[in-house]
Design a protein around this ligand. Structure first.
Ligand SMILES: CC[C@H](C)[C@H](NC(=O)C[C@H](O)[C@H](CC1CCCCC1)NC(=O)CCNC(=O)[C@H](Cc1ccccc1)NC(=O)N1CCC(N)CC1)C(=O)NCc1cnc(C)nc1N
Length: 330
């Protein structure tokens, strides 16, 4: 089997991407944020208080003839940005881009934090991290990818995110039309459950490449790139008027400032993030001060290659044993 579905940016700065999925019988369609940085599949549902729903599509298990409550199972998750949700669990038919899993654990929200309520374009999350991170108790559940893996032509999924355009999540195959040159594969550390890999270094603009190991996670659910402070200060030193603003929570600069590109290494391969991706967004609509798409990871305890970096490459998440991650130009 294989599957292929669109990854559509939810706003004009690519803060996140959503992908259509269908749940139950007859099929109910929701738009989910596919997140390699977590491993819960949860949805806004008929169990979510109306006061917490603001236009999101909901999954109603009582309207699905194939839904079954997972008795006594609950879940509760908190994300890096402090957002959170919790609820109960059903199993039901679940399809992504033509690829179906018969008994997928679908976590129905009974409570979501205000940031989820206000994010009207996201009807839930589909975790693509390792199932060890799943929060369902007393028995943790498998991700869609782990459930589908045995039936896939190849135990992989690929991520092709684009700037202000629809990209794709492919399952079970590697589409040669989506990348150029070779795919460079590097090892993945599955502890504690992210897709953790080590980059071989970086360069700022046309500057020399600094070879150093940068261990971080490939995270489709994180908007920006978060790297060690030394690297980030080296970058913004090249940006006139850039300051690290406590007020705005990171590096800001005049939107008119020229920004260098940022290149990162994977093995011998080099990937360049265009300046336009790093001029992330005005700090407020119409402001002439812009927020950077590259920020410091100090305080996070982890380096994160988020959408700003993933958009610059075609990435293969190889779920074989042992898992690896592959990066290619496109
Ligand atoms: C089983 C938990 C699971 C593994 C969890 N995983 C994650 O947090 C990583 C995961 O990829 C989550 C997935 C997000 C969650 C919010 C909704 C969209 C998806 N990523 C993050 O939390 C990274 C930081 N957040 C982000 O990058 C969000 C993503 C977002 C997108 C659209 C709308 C709203 C939010 N972006 C923003 O808030 N932006 C607005 C501000 C702008 N300057 C940048 C973009 C974790 O590590 N939790 C531990 C944890 C708990 N508590 C805290 C405080 N930190 C933690 N790390």
């Amino acid at each position: 089997d294989t599957g292929s579905a669109a990854a559509v940016p939810i706003d004009d700065v690519d803060i996140a991407y959503v992908t259509p999925v269908t749940i139950g019988t007859p099929p109910q369609t929701l738009q989910l944020d596919f997140d390699t940085g977590s491993s819960d599949l949860w949805v806004f549902s008929s169990h979510t208080p109306a006061s917490q729903v603001r236009g999101q599509e909901i999954y109603s298990p009582n309207k699905s003839s194939t839904a079954k409550l997972l008795e006594g199972h609950t879940w509760s998750i908190t994300y890096g940005d402090g957002s959170a949700s919790r609820g109960n669990v059903y199993v039901d038919n679940f399809t992504v881009g033509g690829l179906s899993v018969a008994q997928q654990a679908v976590q129905t929200a009974q409570q979501v934090s205000s940031s989820f309520t206000s994010e009207t374009n996201i009807d839930g999350l589909l975790g693509l991290g390792f199932s060890t991170l799943n929060t369902v108790s007393p028995k943790s559940q498998l991700t869609f990818f782990d459930n589908a893996k045995a039936s896939l032509d190849s135990p992989v999924f690929t991520v092709d995110l684009k700037a202000q355009a629809a990209g794709t999540y492919d399952f079970g195959f590697i589409d040669k039309a989506k990348y150029t040159g070779e795919i460079t594969y590097v090892p993945v550390n599955t502890n504690p459950g992210y897709w953790t890999f080590t980059s071989s270094g970086y360069a700022v603009g046309s500057g020399s490449f600094s070879s150093q190991s940068i261990t971080g996670i490939a995270d489709t659910g994180t908007s920006l790139v978060y790297l060690p402070t030394a690297i980030v200060t080296a970058y913004y030193r090249q940006v006139s008027g850039a300051t690290n603003s406590r007020n705005y929570g990171g590096y800001v600069f005049p939107c008119s400032s020229a920004l260098p590109t940022f290149t990162f290494g994977v093995g011998d391969a080099r990937f360049t993030i265009p300046s336009s991706y790093i001029s992330y967004s005005p700090i407020a609509p119409g402001s002439s001060t812009c927020f950077g798409g590259l920020q410091s990871s100090s305080g996070l305890g982890i380096n994160i290659w988020g959408d700003v970096a993933l958009k610059a490459a075609f990435v293969v998440f190889n779920g074989a044993n042992p898992p690896t991650i592959g990066w290619a130009k496109k």
